[in-house]
Write a protein that binds this ligand. Structure first.
Ligand code: MG
Length: 290
């Protein structure tokens, strides 16, 4: 099942997406976090609500929000998780490339969450180097610690597309990634969660980003250095993962700062991120210089 959070007639609800229509699931749970915490019973109730639904409305009638609009803690992010991106990263920095021995882990602030089609506000006084990063995001479904790789998929609730928008100058100036990755609106997510029942395998999913219709990144999820079970293993070692936690699994090659010459987002640009079998994010860059 595909699960969305949407805004309609002044109310925020959750629903199941079937093609271009949406079935209200507010009878099952008031919001996505509550549904995730219901566990297996939430799935069963959502399925029966879909089967017995008397009516549906069109996706065009609603505004889709990030699947979990108010995340409880920071998005956990993995850097340098595709070999091509690792190579371009070191090349742009004039350093010798080497593959990471352990996942590179950083995070994005809760306040960076944006809608799948929301505007990304760009304040030129804050950053001149806004960049794109299409990523597969994993949504954790249940509490776990020291999770072994062969058990890891049992802890996954579902997947969505995430754009890890990055202010490269801030990343550089402040040494740690946190600030440059956490500007307001710099984490578009969605357009919905594809639950694991609908996506049993992550093998060979095409992952793409485009700016103004021009393809910038194109790879497949097979090219991850650390796959999803390995990432869950590493993150959960000695650290409890919670329902609703989001793991951004890294971006393929083709980001802006590593291009010759470097490219960054400007007001008026439209950035699209798409993963086969999940969906598409489309966000416009809007000038908000103060
Ligand atoms: Mg990233």
């Amino acid at each position: 099942v595909k699960l969305a959070t949407f805004h309609r007639n002044g109310e925020i609800k959750i629903g199941a997406v079937l093609g271009r229509s949406l079935i209200d699931l507010s009878g099952v749970a008031p919001d996505m976090m509550t549904l995730i915490e219901l566990g297996a019973s939430g799935f069963t109730q959502a399925e029966s609500a879909v089967k017995s639904a008397q009516s549906a409305f069109s996706l065009e009638e609603v505004e889709l929000l990030a699947p979990i609009p108010n995340i409880r803690r920071n998005v956990m992010c993995v850097g340098l998780n595709y070999a091509e991106h690792t190579a371009e990263h070191y090349k742009a920095m004039g350093r010798e490339s080497k593959l990471p021995e352990f996942p590179v882990i950083f995070n994005k602030a809760t306040t960076s969450v944006n809608s799948p089609y929301g505007d990304i506000l760009l304040d030129r006084n804050v950053t001149e180097e806004l960049d794109w990063e299409v990523e597969l995001a994993v949504i954790i479904g249940r509490t776990g610690k020291n999770i072994l790789e062969h058990q890891a998929m049992k802890y996954v609730f579902g997947y969505c597309v995430l754009n890890d928008i990055s202010a490269r100058d801030l990343q550089r100036n402040h040494k740690q990634f946190f600030k440059g990755k956490s500007l307001d609106g710099s984490c578009p997510m969605g357009p919905w969660i594809v639950a694991t029942d609908e996506m049993p395998s992550l093998k060979g999913l095409t992952i793409t980003s485009r700016v103004n219709g021009v393809t910038k990144q194109k790879s497949t999820t097979d090219h991850m250095i650390f796959d999803v079970p390995a990432l869950i293993y590493h993150l959960s070692r000695g650290m409890t993962l919670l329902p609703g936690d989001i793991i951004a699994t890294g971006t393929p090659g083709g980001v802006g700062f590593a291009r010759t010459p470097p490219e960054f987002l400007s007001p008026g640009d439209v950035v699209e991120c798409e993963i086969e079998g999940i969906g598409l994010l489309r966000n416009a860059i809007v000038d908000a210089s103060v």
